[in-house]
Design a protein around this ligand. Structure first.
Ligand SMILES: NC(=O)C1=CN([C@@H]2O[C@H](COP(=O)(O)OP(=O)(O)OC[C@H]3O[C@@H](n4cnc5c(N)ncnc54)[C@H](OP(=O)(O)O)[C@@H]3O)[C@@H](O)[C@H]2O)C=CC1
Ligand SMILES: [Mg+2]
Length: 341
């Protein structure tokens, strides 16, 4: 049985009027093509080259997403020989705290190095960009890429084979032949950190970078609840029965297509912890002690391609990391209560 939600304090504590007016503004831009075209004139644009976002180095040597104003973007397009009307092919992402609309634009048909020079930035593969960007910018970079990919792969109606047409904001595509409206989709995925009370269970797929172990995860089947999917995935992948499901949070995940990650904690009976791995899905799954987890959390790899530790966990932008962090905090607390280090 699912425990009560840690309800979204985040949403409730937001400045009500500012938040609501931004959301209402975005609603209007999604529904009203003319208003959205107008908003493009005062927009902030994230550029993607073949789905890699444009990053800029700051004066302090860190990186951030490059956000271009409309006039700057038009100038850059002119300089690389592209019509400024190309700006209209952007997709609405959201708006800043100041109420400025944000858009993403795919510029993969243009010369990459000429653009990088003009923009004083560089296009970086999204997985790598996640290691470089400050935490709050990663979800925006992911959303921009996910929306572009969805439009690129939904140009035709699956019923008629006819082209679909986007609205100005990019919140939907319509097939005028069948009348079907397509909305951007995410596949629901459950992710669960299983604990036996003193250890947690992590697994790795053969395609993971060497040494990385993560929480168990899997796509929900049609018709399943989150709880059913979670019980099934753990049974399928490691042959265990879980109980005491506790919701932790959710996350949009852009790889390889858009997933909606629903993250939970769960426990198993400490007398029934023997794992029986589905080798078709997982390369390995094993129980890790608090000490091993603490060490991994304190020493994350700086670059996913080099100097990888023998054991490490997904980086902080992944919800798996949040689950592992929460488990470690809870272990630390219970150790303190029991007078252990
Ligand atoms: N943010 C985070 O912290 C984490 C995110 N994830 C993400 O969760 C997702 C699911 O994890 P994973 O453990 O691999 O899933 P599963 O355990 O369900 O295993 C993947 C299997 O599902 C199939 N599949 C692929 N796409 C879908 C779909 N849309 N619906 C149903 N089945 C599908 C694959 O088939 P095929 O053989 O054809 O590819 C593959 O056999 C992945 O996208 C992964 O990147 C995972 C862990 C951590
Ligand atoms: Mg899985």
């Amino acid at each position: 049985m699912l425990q009560p939600f840690k309800l979204c304090n985040l949403v409730l504590s937001r400045s009500f009027s500012g938040y609501v007016s931004r959301i209402r503004y975005l609603m209007r831009l999604k529904e009203d093509d003319e208003a959205c075209r107008e908003a493009l004139k005062s927009g902030n644009f994230l550029l993607y080259h073949k789905l890699s976002p444009l990053l800029r180095k700051t004066s302090s040597g860190t990186y951030k997403l490059a956000s271009l104003k409309t006039s700057d973007l038009e100038q850059i397009l002119e300089n690389v020989g592209k019509d400024t009307h190309f700006v209209n092919e952007s997709f609405l992402l959201g708006c800043t705290d100041k109420g400025e609309p944000q858009f993403s634009l795919e510029v993969g048909d243009l010369d990459r190095s000429a653009l990088e020079k003009e923009c004083r930035g560089m296009f970086v593969d999204l997985r790598k960009a996640f290691f470089m960007l400050p935490g709050p910018e990663s979800p925006l970079a992911a959303k921009g890429q996910a929306l572009l990919r969805w439009h690129q792969t939904n140009c035709y109606c699956s019923a008629t084979g006819q082209p679909t047409v986007r609205n100005q904001s990019g919140s939907l595509r319509v097939c005028h032949s069948s009348g079907i409206t397509y909305y951007p989709k995410m596949a629901p995925v459950v992710i669960v950190l299983v604990s036996d009370g003193s250890r947690c269970l992590l697994a790795r797929q053969a395609m993971f970078p060497p040494g990385m172990y993560s929480a168990l995860s899997g796509f929900c089947d049609m018709g399943e609840s989150m709880e059913e999917a979670l019980h099934r995935e753990v049974a399928e992948e490691v042959g265990l029965e879980v109980e005491n499901l506790q919701y932790s949070g959710s996350q949009h995940w852009p790889f390889p297509q858009s997933s909606f990650m629903l993250a939970c904690h769960a426990t198993v009976n400490p007398d029934k912890t023997k794992v029986n791995i589905d080798k078709a899905e997982l390369e390995d799954a094993r129980w890790f002690t608090y000490e091993e987890i603490s060490e991994a959390l304190q020493n994350p790899p700086r670059d996913p391609r080099r100097d990888l530790p023998a054991f490490w966990v997904p980086p902080s932008y992944a919800i798996a990391n949040q689950l592992i962090q929460e488990w470690a905090n809870q272990q630390q607390l219970s150790r303190k209560l029991h007078g252990l280090k």
